[in-house]
Design a protein around this ligand. Sequence first.
Ligand code: OGA
Ligand code: NI
Length: 361
Amino acid sequence: MAETASFLVSSNSSPTLTQNITTIRTIAESPGLTSIPSTYAFTPAPRDQVVSETQVSLPVIDYSLLTSGTPHQRSKIVHDLGKACQDWGFFLMINHGVPESLVRSMIDGCGGFFDLPEEEKEEYRGNHVSDPIRCGTSFNASVEKVFFWKDFLKILSHPVFHSPSKPAGFSETSLEYSKRAREVTRELLKGISESLGLDPNYIEKALNLEQGLQVIAANFYPPCPQPELAMGMPPHSDHGLLTFLIHNGISGLQVQHKGKWVNINGIPNSILVNIGDHLEILSNGKYRSVLHRAMVNNKATRISIAIAHGPSLDTVVSPAPELLEIEKKAAAYIGIKYKEYLEIHQSNKLDGKCNLDRLRI
Ligand code: OGA
Ligand code: NI
């Protein structure tokens, strides 16, 4: 039993920051832990029919063809990109040029952060969306009835770069990774603009990507003695335009496709890319943000790093008028300032696409 797992609910009644709950790392490392505290057990257990990735094939996008392919190759990859966005909202990107060693250092660096003594992470504990660096457990423990089996570290890396000062070297690594990820994202968004029949620079200009927000979210899921009862992350869609996901090779990610959950394992050196809510709004629902979730296991720690790319904070995102014109359609979403959307996203429970659903007309 987990007698050692205690919950420290602070009496601090600040509206943004709230309960100070023991990290999942501390709970998972409690000696002799054989069952999970009841506050982590979902009923009914989060099991649905899962299709393994071998039964369906996730789209693979060769990024190098976007930047150095022949005109014919480029137009084919733009078409494939559009199809991947439409059919899945999710794809595997290969030949992206981000060095494997950089991806590995990034994962090691985040792992190093989670392994710091709890006191050293204390200064970053918090959960307000405007905190440039914040770490904690679950997603938004102040509104959750059952907690998720994960700790997180969230860092705003653009337009102003931030980084915790530990572990050593992490700041340099995350600066480099965030720059590379932004470059690749902007190229992908050119291809995506084209795939919608818009000018390649349409999204870049309309959403002011020069000042675009970039958020690094690192997730730490230690082994769980009853993985069938716990959840690492519930079904959700991401905010922003495109999220890149890298991980330490331990599986756990599932993506919803045609009503079924599909296990995603990736292929070596690929980056998983998914569409966020704001690309769904901009494309008037032609491209949809995809529901995904993270399961936990009882064998190995999973570390994943999602890096989300959005418009600038003061951009009002609405369906592109030029696209509505091309497609002869009415807007299906009301416009919203990205900053406002983020505040709603962060203050709510993470639950499916509930935030986006409020904007549907
Ligand atoms: C996320 C996310 C999935 C994972 O951080 O938004 O979806 O596998 N992570 O950790
Ligand atoms: Ni996500």
